[in-house]
Design a protein around this ligand. Structure first.
Ligand code: HEM
Length: 381
């Protein structure tokens, strides 16, 4: 027998006012819940099961082709084979000093002893400048920052026409980069953008639409996740002075520490799937063609796996951490994201003796499609 799926409204003012609390409450009462947008999975075990079962949970859940995010097996593997080497350890290591120089320039320009919004003055500029440095897109930092804000508003509005318009605006940002390189011919800069344009699959050059899509997925969603992730890290450090002092003295622990801070307050909320067949989750039946949301933020706080979700335990929790996903679509950009977050945090800790919450300004939570913090007022000392 199938029990009806409880309903909820993930974009209601109550949920948006406290996403973490709302997800915690939903998870405690039901494994899944339905809204007109689709069915959300809240529990760790269900999210892992869906993410590791691409045959029954297809990623082709978006209106248009997104490479590799919305590609299913067997084509998906060929795209990962082609794109994963861009994030190989040697490449990330080679980029590290350039990201460090950017982080040092951003942090050294910040005034001391006054209230600053860490997301606006550290997170967003670092994400954009590191990305343009990596891809060779220098000079367009301001248009990327403006685009990030537009994209966020459009996604939240749920207005398909507006989302499509903003997506088209991003494609144009990418196409300008491609045209510039084509115009330069053999003199085009040796960077990942040029390399992708020269790549082949089965001996054939890639379609321009696919190149644009890969670059969009390397940039569009992840600039905002990177900025939000830095906000989460800075807020955690400012409110946990003992962890802050420990990491100042022991920077080798930063990668694991940051993963755990992001587990507690995962800014990358959900990804979509489409069921390819009728299936059961617990006592509930889902029809074929149901749109399903994997709620990473909720799964990362599941008490049955992590105990107290707010307890900071990097070593204990690492094996079950879902911040970068799991299964064939697990984040290929993780080495790049981790390097940028570690470098930025290390630079910030080394340049200060103390990072504390601002005295006169309260932090503001971010809302769907992102989690974490929209603004994190802090003082550097
Ligand atoms: C803190 C930062 C980041 C977080 C939390 C994050 C998280 C995730 C998660 C949870 C997924 C799984 C999606 C799914 O299963 O449907 C994913 C996929 C992906 N991420 Fe990230 N990501 C981050 C940064 C990056 C960066 C910097 C890049 C590239 C430059 C990147 C590129 C991608 C791509 C291309 C996919 C799709 C992979 C596939 O479908 O095979 N991400 N990411």
């Amino acid at each position: 027998m199938s029990r009806p799926i409880p309903t909820w409204e993930p974009l209601s003012p109550e949920v948006l006012a406290d996403q973490l609390g709302a997800y915690d409450r939903m998870r405690a009462t039901c494994p899944l819940a339905e809204s007109p947008r689709g069915v959300t999975l809240f529990r760790h075990a269900d999210v892992v099961a869906a993410a590791t079962d691409p045959a029954r949970f297809s990623s082709a859940a978006t209106a248009r082709r997104a490479v590799p995010n919305a590609i299913d097996p067997p084509e998906h593997a060929a795209w990962r084979t082609l794109t994963d080497p861009f994030f190989a350890p040697a490449r990330i290591a080679a980029l590290e000093p350039r990201v460090r120089a950017i982080a040092e320039a951003i942090v050294s320009a910040l005034p001391r002893g006054v209230d600053l919004d860490a997301v606006a003055v550290i997170g967003a500029p670092l994400a954009v400048r590191a990305q343009t440095e990596w891809l060779g897109w220098h000079g367009i930092e301001d248009s990327l920052l403006a685009w990030m804000a537009d994209n966020h508003d459009a996604t939240r509005s749920g207005d398909r026409a507006r989302t499509a318009e903003v997506a088209a605006a991003f494609d144009e940002i990418v196409r300008v980069q491609l045209r510039r390189r084509r115009g330069m011919g053999a003199a085009a800069p040796e960077d990942p953008t040029t390399e992708l344009m020269r790549a082949t699959m089965d001996g054939r050059p890639l379609d321009e639409a696919d190149i644009v899509s890969v670059l969009r997925n390397w940039t569009a969603g992840d600039l905002a996740s990177m900025a939000a992730a830095l906000g989460v890290v800075v807020r955690f450090l400012a409110t946990h002075p003992e962890v802050q002092q420990d990491l100042r003295a022991r920077p080798a622990g930063l990668a694991a520490a940051i993963d755990e801070m992001l587990r507690i307050d995962d800014p990358f909320l959900v990804n979509r799937r489409l069921t390819t067949t009728a299936l059961r989750i617990g006592e509930h039946e889902l029809e074929a063609g149901t749109r399903v949301y994997l709620n990473w933020t909720s799964a990362n706080r599941d008490e049955s796996v992590f105990g107290d979700p707010d307890a900071y335990r990097p070593e204990r929790n690492a094996a079950h951490n879902l911040v970068y996903g799991i299964g064939i679509h697990a984040c290929p950009g993780r080495p790049l994201a981790t390097m940028e977050l570690v470098v930025a945090t290390q630079v910030l800790l080394q340049a200060t003796s103390c990072l504390e919450p601002a005295a006169d300004a309260a932090p503001v939570r971010e809302t769907y499609p992102l989690g974490g913090w929209r603004s994190v007022p802090v003082r550097l000392r």
